[in-house]
Design a protein around this ligand. Structure first.
Ligand code: URA
Length: 214
C-alpha cells in the first residue's frame, strides 16, 4: 500500500507503517522500543519493496497431489546497508527474505569538503546477476545514498532500489537528480532539512537511537 509521491518515489502509507513510525519519532521511546519498532517496520517495508520481485514456478507435491507453486529466488537479492544506521533495518528485512545476501558500505562525511568518503565496501560476488535494495533509515542530504548507489552501479547489478523510513524534499530531490532510475521507498517525506543536516521533524539521529549511543 504505497502512494506515488512523484516519479519513482513511493510513500508507504499503510496504517501499520505510519503507526509504528509515529511511535519511533517520540523522543521518549527507549532504545529497546525504537529497535523493536524499526525491526517491525522494516519487515513491512520489505513487503512493499519486494512486491514486484520476479517469481518462478516449481513443481511440488502436497499431501494430496502434485501441483506447481510460485517461489522467489531470495539468493538473487542483496540488501546493502549503509553503515551504521542501515544495519538497524537489516534484521527485519532478513526475517522476511532469509535467503537474501547482505552487503555493507561505510561512508563518512569529509569535514572539509562535506563529500562522502568510502571507508568500507564488502559485497557478495556476482553482483551483476543480483537485484539490490539499499537501506538507510534517513534520506537527509542524500549524499551517502547518492555515493553508495554510484559505487554500486560500477558492479552493474540487475536493479537497484533505495529504502528509507524518513526522507525530506532536499534528499529526495538530490537523489532523484543523481539517480532518476532508482526507485525510492519511504514511510514519510518530512518538512525539511535543518542547517545541521537533520530532518525536521524527523526522529533525531537514527544511529544513536538504534544503538543507544547518546
Ligand atoms: N541522519 C539521521 O540519523 N537523522 C537525520 O535527521 C538526518 C540524518
Amino acid at each position: 500500500m504505497s502512494q506515488l509521491y512523484k516519479n519513482n518515489v513511493y510513500v508507504v502509507n499503510h496504517p501499520l507503517v505510519q503507526h509504528k513510525l509515529t511511535l519511533m519519532r517520540k523522543q521518549e521511546s527507549s532504545t529497546n522500543t525504537f529497535r523493536r519498532l524499526l525491526n517491525e517496520i522494516s519487515m513491512l517495508m520489505a513487503y512493499e519493496v519486494t512486491a514486484d520481485m520476479p517469481m518462478q514456478d516449481i513443481e511440488i507435491e502436497t499431501p494430496m497431489e502434485k501441483t506447481t507453486g510460485k517461489v522467489i529466488d531470495g539468493k538473487k537479492l542483496v540488501f546493502v546497508s549503509i553503515l551504521r544506521a542501515g544495519n538497524g533495518i537489516l534484521e527485519g528485512m532478513l526475517s522476511v527474505v532469509p535467503g537474501a545476501r547482505v552487503g555493507h558500505i561505510g561512508l563518512y562525511r569529509d569535514p572539509k569538503t562535506l563529500t562522502a568518503v568510502e571507508y568500507y565496501f564488502k559485497m557478495p560476488h556476482d553482483m551483476d546477476q543480483r537485484d539490490i535494495i539499499v537501506v538507510d533509515p534517513m534520506l537527509a542530504t542524500g549524499n551517502s545514498a547518492i555515493a553508495a548507489v554510484e559505487r554500486l552501479k560500477e558492479l552493474h547489478p540487475k536493479s537497484i532500489k533505495f529504502v528509507c523510513l524518513v526522507g525530506c524534499p532536499e534528499g529526495v530531490n538530490a537523489m532523484q537528480k543523481a539517480h532518476p532510475d532508482v526507485p525510492i521507498y519511504t514511510a514519510a517525506i518530512d518538512r525539511q532539512l535543518n542547517d545541521h543536516g537533520y530532518i525536521m521533524p524527523g526522529l533525531g539521529d537514527a544511529g544513536d537511537r538504534i544503538f543507544g549511543t547518546k
